[in-house]
Write a protein that binds this ligand. Sequence first.
Ligand code: SAM
Ligand code: SF4
Length: 447
Amino acid sequence: MKPTSSPKTYRVKSFGCQMNVYDGERMAEMLGEQGILPAPEGEEADLVVLNTCHIREKAAEKVYSDIGRLTKAGRKVGKEPLIAVAGCVAQAEGEEIMKRSPAVSMVVGPQAYHRLPEMLGRAVKGERSTDTDMPAIAKFAALPERRRTNPASFLTVQEGCDKFCTYCVVPYTRGAEISRPYSDLVTEAKKLVDAGAKEITLLGQNVSAWSGEDERGHKVGLAGLIRDLARIDGLARIRYTTSHPADMDDDLIAAHGEIEKLMPFLHLPVQAGSDRVLRAMNRSHTAESYLRLLERFRTARPDLALSGDFIVGFPGETDAEFEETLALVGEVKYAQAFSFKYSPRPGTPAATMDGQVAKEVMDERLQRLQTALNRDQLAFNEASLGRTCEVLVERNGKLAGQWLGKSPWLQSVWFEGDAVIGDLVRAELVEAGPNSLAGKLRETVTA
Ligand code: SAM
Ligand code: SF4
């Protein structure tokens, strides 16, 4: 590669999960510390970070087409951007990307992105580099302090996964489960609140597996961490995602009934309703144990909104087994959910299992499942009508004078009136659609 001038502007494009959004923000902060500015909307950036996701198919192809598009756009304005590929595709396919895409000068895995500034120094000299090391948690200590944030912010507390669900690539791309230290998290949460965060969502591939030691040396789990974060003045809301049914303990269930700042929302993926399929997936729960667990949460917090993840067409899934998924959905009545067609991931056990399900069968199952999930989501939203609840204003709405925020149950609520981003207002929910509700502004709780 030819040496080039130091980049003046950057753009970080994050795909996939919220943990990638968090990583993307941290990379942006790091580039900011180097004096590089976010590229103005509509302008090509000198440096582009593609922060990729590998969870389902076509992820890698998407990266290559993005690279192609960026190089072409760069040529038009007379300067090709420096391109860094980060995230899970970088981790899984870094060498291949370097071979296939000469336009890429940096490939950096999710545990190594704190070294991006050094890599950038080399890229400017015309050297290409790859870093897909997995040093345990080293990156967090090397990242700059939090200075900017959104009203609703993310905080990664745990990374990696030891669960090895047979369909999933995460244990290979994100490595083993590790918890960030308690004191680092309390410090980062306070910084986020000082920078304007009113809500913090604690993130982890298995967030409920987080454990640490508090300042008195006592062992604490996620519930203990939430309890202590709830004492931070100015922090109004706490959420966490994603949990695994195997790690949900009594303390966390009780926390939902006791901690006012912990929002009444639980994302607890089940994946399927058939016990045979769940066993083949290496999920450690059955449909029944999952339903019993939800009951305990609902007893602690009766207005809890539930969310889940589903995979249809796992190898060997029969029509009757798929019906069991629909039956489970009918029983739980999710407030929202994510559903996917099974996608074979290279290197995972399920990718070579017998009984791979035909695409048309998966399409049909996904459509039926989504019809059921959408029906329940609309019903949940309609059941909220007439409630007056707090809404955290996160952005402008579609039309001038409109604001968009989230209810405690993570519903999108839009309203008109006197507000600013970051306000916590009380709004009456007056109209319900499948994906959002309209509210009437009643009062501002904090400005
Ligand atoms: N750790 C979380 C859990 O166990 O639920 C979520 C991890 S993953 C980033 C998010 C979701 O992607 C999973 O819950 C699953 O539904 C889906 N997923 C993972 N691997 C998949 C695959 N190979 N094909 C289709 N969906 C997949
Ligand atoms: Fe993937 Fe299973 Fe780990 Fe979730 S628990 S990240 S689905 S291996």
